[in-house]
Design a protein around this ligand. Structure first.
Ligand code: G4P
Length: 532
């Protein structure tokens, strides 16, 4: 059946890493394999310079490019591969977390010298919340890095996931000779090569074959045998089900810049990674092959040109077939909408499409109807769960600097926060606006865009909050009492949920021990989907 084979052939995933581990490089190599780009360096432009924290114009420029490269689709070995790009800059981490709700699996890159880093840990926490299947690629094996067993231990300890090596390195840095592919029982010999995409592969079914000694030398062959024996002794056999359920992460070693280990990673990925999977909704689980179209918005991009206020909403298709010019339910607005110019994203190109299938991400032109998390459905109306807001880390009160433009400011901040640039909390009395972000950069983005797109001027006054906590309870009276007692630390989010703005970890602990009936959450995940 054509429809099912369309679903089967799709692989929608993201590549995630701490900045500098090699995400851009690996993405580019994958695109080269897929023939989606012809030269190295093409993706590089998309990267927001890590040092340019205050160079907002740079970001503006990059934003324009990244609309096209936010989703990179290409065909390889009969599969339709959709890579969802995630921003490299840590200040845009929340954007990355939301993008992870739209993928079916991830490839996590670790720098062999640095091991698990701060951002690696946070990204994995988000993957674990959703049991997203993870493949780990240990990169930069051409450099002096850490012992492979130590790295694997660190992955298990810190990331709290079991690992299973499917390839194994022979030496490291100056002595790096290649990897033995446990999955295919092949030996890949390393040759530094930044452009070629083929690899020298020697089939070695049995590592005790003396041919191994001839190729890599006696001592390295002996070490490899010992290490492989240890691998087999320590780690459980690879089992696809435990990978698909997010319990075990298969591990590959390589060097992205040298195009080494990339092809085997990609091919194993195509073999084992999940095809589009369904999602939980307010009306139960929706499978990709269910007849009616459904999807959700996980990202909104503003138009670069201030004269055109339209935006692009990125919609992940969960089920059914999306068709151009067909009416669908915009669930939150209880409105029928059709789209005459839906776009697909092929590497650096955008083109109008007539139909799209589960796993695909399409761009919908929007003049302000969409918020992140919105659902579109055909037939019954329901909304998707699990597009969480995470507690911001930096809080500032928004001040209006031009009283004549307060309407513009109001509209601007509403729209920018709908796009997910930052979160908005309202405090009473006086409707005070507290803007929360994960990075300093967003405040620059907001004041620049408020002024350039809405003609409003603002200032930000720092607030010393540690976290915003969403609250749940079975005891409404206690929650009401808490809200009264702590009124100066209480605000409402965009969906009118109360949040507690805790000033310090200690004050949060105090609240937890004084009000054991209330549960405090650092994400809004529990509530998404209950709004309908
Ligand atoms: P990111 O997107 O995760 O932030 O990382 P990116 O791919 O930009 O890689 C970060 C740096 O690491 C780059 O060097 C890149 O060339 C280098 N790199 C990536 N893969 C490998 C590898 O397998 N081996 C080695 N030795 N280096 C690797 P840079 O100096 O920051 O940038 P550039 O001057 O190379 O552009």
């Amino acid at each position: 059946m054509k429809y099912n084979s369309e679903i089967e052939k799709r692989k929608t995933f993201a590549i995630i890493s701490h900045p500098d581990a090699g995400k851009t490089t690996l993405t580019e190599k994958l695109l080269l394999f897929g023939g989606a780009i012809q030269t190295a360096g093409a993706v590089k432009n998309n990267k927001i310079k890590k040092t340019a924290t205050s160079d907002f114009m740079e970001i503006e420029k990059q934003r324009g490019i990244s609309v096209a490269t936010s989703v990179m689709a290409f065909q390889y070995l009969g599969k339709q591969i959709n890579i969802l790009d995630t921003p490299g800059h840590k200040d845009f981490a929340e954007d990355t977390y939301r993008t992870l709700t739209a993928v079916d699996s991830v490839i996590l890159i670790i720098d062999s010298a640095s091991g698990v880093e701060a951002q690696t840990k946070r990204l994995m926490e988000v993957c674990r919340m959703r049991n997203t299947p993870v493949i780990i690629f240990i990169n930069k094996m051409d450099r002096e890095g850490r012992d492979s067993f130590d790295l694997l231990d660190e992955l298990e300890d810190i990331l709290k996931i079991k690992v299973r090596p499917l390839s194994w390195p022979i030496g490291i840095g100056a002595t790096f000779q290649g990897v033995y592919n446990i999955y295919n029982k092949e030996l890949n010999l390393f040759a530094a090569n930044k452009t070629k995409i083929s690899e020298d592969v020697i089939s070695i079914e049995d590592v005790n074959d003396p041919a191994l000694d001839e190729v890599i030398g006696e001592a390295p062959a002996e070490t490899l045998r010992e290490e492989l024996e240890l691998v087999e002794g320590v780690y459980d056999q690879f089992d696809r089900e435990t990978y698909l359920s997010g319990e075990v992460a298969p591990v590959f070693f390589g060097s992205a810049i040298n195009n080494f280990g990339v092809k085997e990673l990609l091919e194993a990925f195509l073999d084992i990674s999940p095809s589009p999977i369904g999602r939980e909704t307010s009306e139960g689980f929706v499978a990709p092959d269910s007849k009616n179209f459904s999807g959700f918005v996980f990202k909104i991009h503003a138009n670069l040109d201030p004269k055109h206020r339209d935006r692009i909403a990125f919609l992940r298709i969960v089920s059914g077939k999306f068709e151009r010019n067909k009416f669908y339910n915009h669930v939150r607005l209880e409105k029928k909408m059709k789209f005459s110019n839906p776009t697909s994203f092929m590497a650096q190109d955008k083109s109008i499409i007539d139909e799209a299938f589960p796993g695909d991400v399409i761009g919908l032109y929007d003049t302000g109807s969409f918020k992140i998390g919105d659902s579109l459905t055909e037939g019954p109306a329901f909304s998707f769960k699990g597009i969480p807001s995470f507690s911001p880390e930096i809080f500032m009160e928004l001040e209006n600097k031009d009283p004549m433009k307060s309407k513009q400011l109001e509209k601007g901040i509403q729209q920018l926060t709908d796009e997910g640039v930052a979160q908005l909390f309202i405090q009473q009395p006086g409707n005070r606006k507290i803007v929360g972000t994960v990075g300093q950069l967003q405040f620059e983005v907001i004041s620049y865009r408020l002024e350039n797109e809405y003609g409003a001027k603002c200032a930000f006054v720092p607030k010393r909050y540690y976290k915003a906590c969403w609250m749940t309870t079975d005891n409404q009276d206690k929650l009401d009492a808490f809200i009264r007692a702590k009124s100066i630390y209480i605000a409402t989010d965009k969906d009118d949920n109360y949040v507690f703005l805790a000033e310090t970890p200690f004050l949060l602990q105090m609240a937890q021990s004084d009000y054991p009936e209330i549960e405090f959450h650092f994400t809004s995940d529990f509530k998404v989907g209950q709004e309908v």
